[in-house]
Design a protein around this ligand. Sequence first.
Ligand SMILES: Nc1ccn([C@H]2C[C@H](O)[C@@H](COP(=O)(O)OP(=O)(O)OP(=O)(O)O)O2)c(=O)n1
Length: 469
Amino acid sequence: MSKWQSNAESRCSTGTQTDSMQGQVPRLSKVNLFTLLSLWMEMFPSEKYDLIKRKSQPKRTGLVVVLNMKIVGLHCSSEELHAGQIAVIKHGSKLKDCDLYFSRKPCSACLKMIVNAGVNRISYWPSDPEISLQKEISEHTSNGDAKLDAKAVERLKSNSRAHVCVLLQPLACNMVQFVEETSLKCDFIQKIERKQPDFSSRIFYAYRQEKMKEYEAHLLISSEETHKEILRLMGLENLCENPYFISLRQNMKELVLILATVASSVPSHCGFGFYLSESQQIKKQQSLIQEIALHCIIQARILAYRAEDHKIGVGAVIWAERKSVAADCDGTGSMYFLGCGYNAFPVGSEYADFPHMDDKQKDREIRKFRYIIHAEQNAITFRCHEIKPEEKTMIFVTKCPCDECVPLIKGAGIQQIYAGDMDIGKKKADISYMKFEELTGVSRYTWQQNPQNEYNDTRANSMNQHDGT
Ligand SMILES: Nc1ccn([C@H]2C[C@H](O)[C@@H](COP(=O)(O)OP(=O)(O)OP(=O)(O)O)O2)c(=O)n1
């Protein structure tokens, strides 16, 4: 096992949902799931913060806060505050024993407070740190200061009880291919295909290429020499030697490719977005801006790659919008994370405890449906905040909520659902999707072309040209 391939998962995953499962399809490890979500949080849409143009210090950073292997916070730095500072403001002493996954190595100002709060582990993505060590960026401030900060971070690291490390794990065999195939088959792409027969996988790949270019520019370091220099300055000289260095870069590139693939599975193609279901369109609703809805549904799509149902992975994430603007210090603005989940067997169960068969199996007793916990059910059960009736709470699900979940979502006080709807109206012996369409009192946003505007297809044309079609 190479040096960054920590055995952390085997140490820490006891007591989580059937980690021992050896399914037929590849799954993301929890460590890679948290890492991917931290990278994705760095991209949280924000008007104030122009991700592309920003070259100054500090670099925008995403953060996932985990307690007992469950996510309790998703954050990103804002104009005024670093991700680590936001973690301290939002979680305070509750950070004790948490694991923090940063999309960049945090600066000394953040690290000292996090260590002081008693966190268990701090993992960071081994690219350019928050206080950039890339010459062209740090020259705007002072490269000397950036190096000084890197040294202070090392001192804090060596004197702290918390384990500050790079936790990346090799992806399961065929994971990249699996994510590609399932992204092409997901509800959102299927819906576009149904409405736009011209849509082809080539267009999907064109979107992916565009995203890959954008994410590589943010999350990777193109020059091997610069990358090695930065790793050395961060005290990771062990990773600069081959074969570790080559595998590290390959591992990082594959994770970024997964992110680009998943993000391309919900493309804003031909005016597609999340809009109120037909029967609700007369309602005057305060809906989310499309970029944020897309961002959250992509979080749910990432979570789905941790699912235990090898036929279909479903992900769900719950966010709420705070009423008082005064508390908006997070890069996520007034939005705050409430909970997330994916479909899996009950906590603590082992792979062989329950049947895994679907409705093709004639014997109903050995079907999975009575045992599997749905993505929404896990998100509601393991939420980290109460759902407040005076605030707008939203759930983002990659698949249509089924008849078991619809009353749960409504009963929990969730006011908006953003979901795929390909299964709407399906009736099966053990799981049906009849109640979603009839649901009242909760706004249903489904993936469709903007019903208000005639779509002007400049973007589609440009993608077609891009694609050479
Ligand atoms: N909103 C939803 C919908 C479904 N699921 C999960 C629960 C089960 O793990 C699986 C059931 O999915 P299907 O209804 O697609 O059933 P099958 O997996 O049997 O597929 P098929 O469509 O072939 O019947 O998805 C979920 O977590 N959340």
